[in-house]
Design a protein around this ligand. Structure first.
Ligand code: SF4
Length: 188
């Protein structure tokens, strides 16, 4: 609690898509590509949810979703730009290091060269991403990650993405999910 100040944020969780190929052991949210319950949220749904959020005093979306195998950087750039043009005062607290890693893997430059985390973060920031949630940290050791969320980026890549975000002055958070297969030492 810096400077003895307590603050709060009224926001709403909205999911971009439930399609995911990461296959985390603890997740009952995702659906595999082609599943009958798979969805990609449409603009009418975003509008209804954002307008309800504003009505109740909210000013931020926590916007996340699965690792969709076909939704790359251009999809998110287009989405963020559209949301910001419709609702310029809504903050987009969006994606997370594992999604940035996934989008980076799907992205290439104009001559087919591989994109970097920094390039992806810069494009998303330019499109309207205000901050990066510290999602998917679980426990930042690869032993734990291999056991429960093998399809997500490893511990070092999670940290590298956060490092790049901080260099771009993107504010971030961090979440730890515990009470599963971790040990007190974390790395054992
Ligand atoms: S990355 Fe893991 S936790 Fe997130 S939607 Fe996919 S399976 Fe679920």
């Amino acid at each position: 609690m810096p400077h003895g100040k307590v603050t709060w944020q009224i926001d709403r969780n909205v999911n971009t898509t439930n399609v995911c190929i990461a296959n985390c052991k603890f997740c009952n949210f995702y659906r595999i590509p082609g599943h009958a319950e798979a969805y990609i949220t449409d603009m009418e749904t975003y509008k209804a949810k954002i307008e309800e959020t504003i009505k109740y005093g909210g000013d931020q979306l926590l916007l996340q979703g699965g690792h969709h195998p076909e939704l790359g950087l251009s999809f998110y750039v287009h989405l963020f730009k559209e949301l910001k043009s419709l609702y310029p005062n809504i903050k987009l607290h969006t994606l997370g290091p594992p999604e940035i890693a996934h989008i980076t893997k799907l992205s290439t430059g104009p001559h087919g060269e591989k994109s970097t985390h920094r390039e992806v973060l810069m494009a998303l920031q330019e499109a309207g991403m205000d901050s990066l949630p510290g999602a998917g940290a679980e426990i930042l050791t690869d032993r734990v990650r291999r056991l429960i969320s093998k399809g997500k980026c490893g511990a070092q890549e999670w940290l590298d993405i956060m490092h790049e975000a901080h260099k771009l002055n993107i504010t971030t958070s961090a979440t730890m999910m515990f009470g599963h297969v971790e040990t007190p030492a974390g790395t054992l």
